[in-house]
Design a binder for this molecule. Structure first.
Ligand code: HPA
Length: 275
């Protein structure tokens, strides 16, 4: 067995972070590629490098900052990850539990996850934001594989309502206040780093998916295991492979992220205020 995590392992990271802050965060924010701008709005931030936190993971992606930012956003204390961890970088699924478990131990009651995704549902448009209602992960191991940490949650756990209905409704109300329209649908986890083939996208659509991406589900499952409220939001940065007569382009992902960043951040800030 490669990993034998105990509560102590995560508590070490948590204790280090708690020694650097005066107020415990209530909400954890993990922002997807090109959607990280919101972290700049955090007031009086305490910034901690991942590499300084004992037992935390270290970023492999150069463009990802690799910092925790803790402070006030719209009156609420939040912890925000600037740079998240993905399976495609080379981590094992089992390692990807680390950030959420540490956030649980420093006091977070809710997690908001955002990501860039390809739209599979042909009624969706590039630039749409989708509330994740449910997900499909048929590839690879569960991040909860291995010895269970009983103090955090049960060995076998229910994921019927893991994307908390109360938070999905709250997101819809916040969007209405800002005159924004949100989609709602099913996120399909693809391990990456290649985008999908057109045949894979057709298969995913038949299976009931509305969008596809390479992140989020490991964090979502970890949050569900330790009983945190959870909201997932996907930005449709591109139509998925084979829908349009053109290849999937990584630059389009970044450009759409930048174009929608302001509205997306305004929505997130409103949600944080209302949670
Ligand atoms: N597929 C997978 N991940 C993605 C995509 C996509 O089309 N767009 C942004 N992230």
């Amino acid at each position: 067995m490669k990993y034998n995590f105990t509560l102590d392992y995560f508590q070490k990271s948590a204790d280090y972070i708690l020694s650097k802050i005066d107020e415990k965060p209530e909400i954890a924010l993990i922002l997807g590629s090109a959607l990280g701008g919101l972290s700049e709005q955090i007031e009086n931030p305490v910034v901690i490098d991942y590499k300084d936190i004992p037992n935390f993971l270290v970023s492999t992606v150069k463009s990802h900052a690799g910092k925790l930012i803790i402070g006030k956003l719209n009156g609420r204390t939040v912890v925000c990850m600037s740079g998240r961890f993905h399976f495609y970088e080379g981590y094992d699924f089992e390692q990807l539990v680390v950030p959420i478990r540490v956030f649980k131990l420093i006091g977070c009651k809710a997690t908001i996850l955002t990501n860039a995704a390809g739209a599979i549902n042909t009624d969706f448009h590039v630039g749409d934001i989708m509330i994740i209602k449910d997900h499909i992960k048929l590839m690879g191991a569960s991040p909860l594989r291995g010895p269970n940490v009983d103090e955090l949650g049960p060995r076998f756990f229910d994921v019927t309502d893991m994307y908390t209905k109360e938070l999905r409704d709250l997101a819809k109300n916040c969007a209405a206040k800002l005159n924004m329209k949100l989609q709602e649908g099913v996120y399909y986890f693809h391990m990456g780093p290649n985008f999908e083939t057109p045949a894979e996208i057709r298969a995913m659509r038949i299976l009931g998916a509305d969008a596809v991406g390479m992140s989020t589900v490991t964090e979502a499952l970890t949050a569900a295991h330790c009983g945190m409220k959870l909201l997932g939001l996907s930005l449709m940065t591109n139509m998925a492979a084979g829908i349009l007569d053109k290849p999937v382009d990584g630059d389009e992902v970044t450009e759409t992220g930048e174009r929608v960043a302001k509205d997306f951040s305004a929505l997130l800030a409103e949600i944080v205020k209302e949670i």
